[in-house]
Design a protein around this ligand. Structure first.
Ligand SMILES: Cc1cc2nc3c(=O)[nH]c(=O)nc-3n(C[C@H](O)[C@H](O)[C@H](O)COP(=O)(O)OP(=O)(O)OC[C@H]3O[C@@H](n4cnc5c(N)ncnc54)[C@H](O)[C@@H]3O)c2cc1C
Length: 376
C-alpha cells in the first residue's frame, strides 16, 4: 500500500496498519517532521480515543483540555454553554498545535519498523490499470515509481484534483490565527462567537488562547499588518470582554477558507482521505476530526478484507461508507457559516432562539455535543 502524504491523516492511517503484515509506504513531501504551520487544532474526544488506540496520544505536547464552550452571536441575544459534564466525558475536546500533532504521529511511526516513511518524497502523478496503481514521485531530484494495490491520497488536496471531480465554494473569508493572552485565566473555557463577517473562536491553549478570527480577506490582511496594540484594540471591540482584556498577541498568520468536496476517484485502486477528500471551514473544528474518522473506517476495512484491498468493490464500498458522515459534516459546517452570516433582524432573532433552546434543552445539547465528538 502507498499513502501519499504523511500529514496527520496519512500518518494516522499508516500507524493503524502497523502489524497487519501489509507492506506500507508513506510518501511525505516535507524533508522532516518539523512543521512551521502555526494553526492550533481542536481535537474531539472521539479523536482522542482514536489517537490513543494508535499509541500517539501521549506523545502530543502541549495539549490543553476544553471543559466548557461558550457560544454566542454578536449583536443579538442568546447564548449556549456546553459543558463536558453534559456529555459525561472528561473534556469536550483538546487543543494542540498542528506541529505537535504531526510530530507525535511521525515519531510513533518511526518506531514501527514495518512501515516505510520517506521524507522529501513528493508524489507527482498516479497511474492505474486493471491490476494495480503506480505512484510516480520525486526524491532527491530523482524520478521514482512504486506500484501498489491501493494508493491512498492523503496529501491535503492537490493530487486529488487530478484524480476526482471536485465541488468547490469560496467563502470569501480568511482566517487570522494568533496566540493571544487576556488578563483572566481561561479555566479551560473555549469561546465561539458568530458575527456577520465570520465566526471568531478562542481556544484555551497552555497559558493563552489560540485565536481563529474569520473575516473578509482584505480585512484579514489589514489585521495582520496592524501593530500589536492596534490589533488588540480591534479584537477587543469585535469580541467584547467576556474573556477579559486582551493583553498580548503573537504568531499572526492568515489562511484562505473554502469548501472543497471531492467525488469518488475516477482512477482505479485509489481512495481519498482527510483534506484530500474534503476541506471544510474551520468554524466547527471538524476537518481533522472527520479525517481521523475516515482513517478509522478505512483501517477497519483493510484489516477485515485484506484480500480485496484496492479492488473496485473495496474502493466504492469505502467511499459509500463515508458518505453519510462526510455529507453531514459539510452540511453542518456550511449551515453554521451561512446561517450566521446574515444580519436580518428576524434571522438574528431565530438564531437567538436556537442558541437559547440549545442551552436549555438537555437532549438537544447532548445530541449536538455527541455529533461534534463522534460524527454522524
Ligand atoms: C485555520 C484552520 C484551523 C483549523 N482548525 C481545526 C480544528 O480546530 N480541528 C480540526 O479537526 N481541524 C481543523 N482544521 C482542519 C485541519 O487542519 C485539516 O483538516 C487537517 O490538517 C487535514 O489533515 P491532512 O493530513 O488530511 O492534510 P494536511 O494537514 O494538509 O497534510 C497533508 C500532508 O501531505 C503532504 N503532501 C502534500 N502534497 C504531497 C505530495 N504531492 N506528495 C507527498 N506528500 C504531500 C504535506 O506535506 C502534508 O504533510 C483547521 C484548518 C485551518 C485552516
Amino acid at each position: 500500500m502507498v499513502i501519499v502524504g504523511g500529514g496527520p491523516v496519512g500518518a494516522a492511517l499508516a500507524l493503524s496498519l502497523h502489524g497487519s503484515g501489509l507492506s506500507v509506504t508513506v510518501l511525505e513531501a516535507r524533508a522532516d517532521t518539523a512543521s512551521n504551520d502555526r494553526r492550533s487544532l481542536a481535537l474531539s474526544y472521539g479523536s482522542r480515543l482514536i489517537l490513543e488506540r494508535l499509541g500517539a496520544w501521549d506523545r502530543i505536547s502541549p495539549l490543553t483540555s476544553i471543559e466548557t464552550i461558550h457560544v454566542s452571536q454578536r449583536g443579538g441575544f442568546g447564548r449556549a454553554l456546553l459543558r463536558a459534564a453534559d456529555a459525561h466525558v472528561p473534556a469536550l475536546g483538546y487543543v494542540a498545535p498542528y506541529g505537535a500533532v504531526h510530530r507525535a504521529l511521525a515519531e510513533s511511526l518511526r518506531l514501527r519498523r514495518d512501515i516505510a516513511l520517506l521524507h522529501g518524497a513528493r508524489a507527482v502523478h498516479v497511474d492505474s490499470d486493471v491490476d494495480s496503481a503506480v505512484v510516480h514521485y520525486e526524491l532527491q531530484g530523482q524520478s521514482e515509481t512504486v506500484p501498489t494495490r491501493l494508493a491512498v491520497l492523503a496529501d491535503g488536496g492537490a493530487l486529488a484534483l487530478q484524480a476526482a471531480s471536485q465541488r468547490s465554494h469560496s467563502y470569501r473569508q480568511s482566517a487570522v490565527i494568533a496566540n493571544v493572552t487576556t488578563d483572566r485565566p481561561h479555566r479551560n473555557r473555549a469561546f465561539e462567537r458568530f458575527a456577520v463577517d465570520g465566526p471568531i473562536a478562542l481556544l484555551p491553549a497552555g497559558d493563552h488562547y489560540a485565536l481563529i478570527w474569520t473575516t473578509q480577506p482584505a480585512i484579514a490582511e489589514q489585521l495582520c499588518g496592524l501593530d500589536a496594540a492596534a490589533f488588540l484594540e480591534r479584537l477587543q471591540a469585535h469580541f467584547g470582554d467576556r474573556a477579559g482584556r486582551f493583553t498580548s498577541v503573537d504568531g499572526r498568520a492568515t489562511f484562505a477558507l473554502s469548501r472543497r468536496v471531492a467525488g469518488a476517484p475516477t482512477q482505479k485502486h485509489m481512495v481519498l482521505l482527510g483534506n484530500a477528500a474534503q476541506t471544510l471551514h474551520p468554524v466547527a473544528g471538524q476537518g481533522l476530526n472527520l479525517g481521523l474518522r475516515d482513517v478509522w473506517e478505512l483501517a477497519e476495512k483493510i484489516l477485515s478484507q485484506p484480500k480485496d484491498l484496492g479492488s473496485a468493490d473495496f474502493c466504492s464500498a469505502f467511499h459509500a461508507s463515508r458518505r453519510g458522515d462526510r455529507t453531514a459534516s459539510v452540511l453542518l459546517t456550511d449551515a453554521l457559516v451561512r446561517g450566521f452570516s446574515n444580519n436580518l433582524a428576524p434571522l438574528r432573532w431565530l438564531r437567538g432562539c436556537g442558541l437559547t433552546m440549545l442551552d436549555s434543552l438537555p437532549p438537544a445539547k447532548r445530541g449536538f455535543i455527541d455529533r461534534m465528538m463522534f460524527g454522524a
